[in-house]
Design a protein. Sequence first.
Length: 436
Amino acid sequence: MKLTRRDKPYFRIARAGALPVHLGYRRHAEGRPGSWIARRYCGEKRYEIEALGTADDDPRLPADGAAVLTFDQAQEAAKSWADARLVADRARAEGHAELTVKRSVLSYVALRLARDPRAGADAEMRLAHHVLKAPLAALALPSLTDAHFTKWRAGLRRGGRGAGSNKDALAPATLARLLNDLRAALRAAAMDARLSADVLATIARGCKRPEGATRARPKQLLSDADLRRLVQAAEAEGADFAALVLMLAATGARFDQAARVTVADFQPDARRLMLPLSRKGRGTKQQSHIAVPLPDDVVDRLRPLTAGRRGHDPLLTRWHHRQVAAEPGTGRLGPWERVERRAWTHAAEMTRGWNRALAAAELPADLVPYSLRHSSIVRGLRAGLPVRLVAAVHDTSLSMVEKHYAAFIVDQSEELLRRALVPLTGARVAPLREVG
């Protein structure tokens, strides 16, 4: 009776453990008796609450063990209610034996594809390669254990399950993306089926992100001379591939941005390219394109691509090939033939031409196309451009540039500070004159 009246109940533990049960007492306004509330923890920061009855804090309403409860009676009622809910959870889990990992993943992929076809296809490829082909896919969600996840994660390899050695293990960032997708798929299915908190906790532990998942790959930077050799080597791989590499090198754009550039986005008379914004991040962006200036040689190289083209056509295209059916009885595959020109759709289409261009330019074989973007950002910072301007023209945030390219910002700041230095020794010093 000494407790302050308030709408929020006062809770204390009725039974401790991994899934504790609490008993709550709500002190109502003057003239009304209090009430008992039971609360049980369901995992994932979720609670389930149940009203138990009226408290015996009013002498006019003595406890009867049913509608009006003493503290001890309410505590036992809370534990009995929690036990009954746990039994119901287990029965529900047994009734969902057909809810397998494979079924959960397929439902999740369908949802992702409907929301964003490009991102959904990426998740579909990753989950199909590493999850649906593994024994884990056949297991029912209620039967998952920590050991199942440990065994599955131990077999993950870049070339498929069991391929290669430890050197072929997935990179931390790649593994993190895979685990994020798998956790989202399993958790959504478990929540829809109202499975127990134990199942949700097992999924959370099994799909925990690895250490170092957010550590960025070391920056690969190209000198101006190496960049020119690479662009020249790309010419030998065909005009289509050369135009793509040239645009990536000149703008520092991501692959998906370059692939979505239309003929109308290229403005040769203004010597600039209206680069589409990336699809990264959430929400609606205030603008759709960024004006990126181009050097004259890049403008001259891209100008012929607009001849006879409509404004909404993709500026960069490539030939799409189809394999001709083999003649019956020969047992050999038919030749490949050109079908039509299409826009670039996936960065993997660059792989073969990129590797050959690296070899021809005598550059390291592990150099990735994203190095063109890194080099463009660093080139702007070293030229003394404001960091905010470098971030804006590369469609990223100021904080991201400061975080990942801080060393180059410091180097430029030091160079600017050196311009303000004056020699303090060795110079002729004028003698002081006495003022009488």
